[in-house]
Design a protein around this ligand. Structure first.
Ligand SMILES: [Fe+2]
Length: 463
């Protein structure tokens, strides 16, 4: 089916949506796929099936998951739309029915009854927990997918999940728990939850914050959770009248909230910090009575929401926060001047101390979802090693795939999609995390362009 899209920068060039679902086997590989790489790489992103009704925002598009499977029989590629109820309602009528973040519209009653008041695009991230593969979008519940990317329906944890589910839950690699939050423009503004290792939602708590703010990610340690309350305020009145959905309100200040993992609102302790915004965290951990947090930091909320004041194209740089729970102090410092985002660590050490941090870098910080390389920080030695792709290439998030035979923290590989503007082709690049500067050890050639999207992940499978 051919769809004519409007000339949005988010629907043209390397973000031009693809219109088909493919299965390609025996992919060609340059270099050698590491023997320990067994499992599936996934990359979620917005890929609208129908031309938008109004102005398009890059967060609006229907989720499409692209997967590269490393199996005994070789390497294969598959992509599927997340078939949300809203998308199915649109397919039944052959056109877009929902508004978006840049041009809000209340759907017709029959559409709302069928597909919901807002479309659960599920276009942001994909995680695996308790034998469920969950496709995520932060305004709605998760959508369950099969290993072959078939949509299995929304997951409300047997009715226990009330409200939304962040695109960035944290999975404790030791306890197997999944910790997450949901935020809302309407009270309660923030709600926190824990799902146990078997997939049962066992703990929920409403957290009091003074304003309805956007909270994209949070940090979790072995014992604590850390919330960021930054003044990126929802402005419902403005949105309903066609104005900006969000407003940066520096007079409201910024705070970090630390709470025990099974705690409630009464247990949270808030720490004032300078105004800032964090989109994603590298990791966090407990150390000698302190909560250590690592993240790229913006001094204000990044662009993309048409604020009424210009936010510029500021590159976030890595910072560390040491929160001393006995002294009630926060020591914050910038740790490098290289701009970067989509931070990752070896997820086998999520919530525990990590020596190595991986961050995506851009040659110029002009387009929020476009990267050109990756930097590996060794926080013990202070060394940083970089890999940039070819001038014509654009890379995405680098997911860490641990080496099943490894013992060191950086025994593993970094996997990312790299698209060449010159050829309009996409490769899955595989870097050895032990030697990032050496560049890819292998490139899997995907027989199509994969549009620039959001988050990548790796789901290892036993051989
Ligand atoms: Fe994200």
């Amino acid at each position: 089916m051919t769809v004519t899209m409007p000339p949005s920068p988010f629907l043209t060039g390397l973000m031009t949506p693809v219109t088909d679902e493919r299965d390609d086997r025996d992919l060609t590989v340059t270099g050698e796929v590491p023997a320990g790489l067994h499992g599936m790489f996934v990359r979620n992103g917005p890929n609208p099936q129908f031309a938008p009704r109004g102005k398009y925002h890059p967060f609006d598009g229907d989720g499409m998951v692209h997967a590269v499977y490393f199996e005994d029989g070789g390497v294969r590629y598959r992509n599927r739309w997340v078939e949300s109820k809203g998308l199915l309602a649109e397919r039944a009528r052959g056109r877009a029915l929902y508004g978006g973040l840049a041009e809000f519209a209340i759907p017709e009653p029959d559409v709302a009854a069928e597909g919901g008041m807002i479309k659960n695009t599920s276009n942001t991230h994909t995680v695996r927990h308790a034998n469920r593969i969950l496709s995520l979008m932060e305004a709605c519940p998760p959508t369950m997918l099969s290993r072959e990317l078939e949509t299995l329906g929304e997951c409300d944890f047997d009715g226990r999940l009330v409200g939304s589910f962040t695109a960035h839950p944290k999975i404790d690699p030791v306890s197997g728990e999944m910790l997450f939050f949901g935020y809302s423009p309407f009270p309660p503004y923030l709600r926190y939850h824990v799902v146990d290792a078997s997939g049962v939602l066992v703990h929920s708590a409403d957290i009091d914050i003074p304003n309805a703010v956007m909270i994209h990610d949070f940090a979790v340690t072995e014992k604590h959770v850390v919330f960021l309350d930054s003044p990126a305020l929802f402005d419902a009145e403005s949105m309903m009248s066609g104005g900006p959905m969000m407003r940066w309100a520096p007079d409201q200040g910024t705070r970090l909230g630390v709470m025990p993992r099974r705690g409630n609102n009464a247990d949270i302790r808030w720490y004032d910090v300078d105004n800032q915004y964090i989109v994603h965290f590298f990791n966090a951990w407990d150390e000698d009575g302190r909560v250590e947090v690592r993240a790229p930091r913006f001094s204000h909320m990044p662009g993309g929401f048409e604020f009424d004041e210009p936010t510029g194209k500021e590159a976030p740089v890595p910072w560390s926060w040491s929160i001393d729970l006995a002294a009630n102090t926060v020591r914050a410092e910038q740790t490098d001047d290289r701009g970067g985002e989509f931070p990752r660590v070896n997820d086998d050490l999520a919530t525990r101390p990590t020596r190595y941090l991986y961050n995506c870098m851009a040659r110029t910080w002009e387009f929020e979802f476009e990267f050109h390389g990756v930097v590996k920080y060794d926080t013990q030695t202070g060394n940083a090693t970089e890999c940039f792709y070819a001038d014509s290439e654009v890379s995405g998030e680098h997911a860490f795939a641990p080496d099943p035979n490894g013992t060191a923290e950086d025994d593993g590989w970094l996997l990312t999609l790299v698209t060449d503007r010159a050829t309009d082709c996409t490769d899955l690049a595989i870097l050895d995390a032990r030697d990032v500067a050496a560049g890819p050890v292998a490139r899997v050639h995907i027989p199509r362009r994969v549009p620039i999207g959001f988050h990548a992940n790796w789901f290892a499978e036993a051989v």
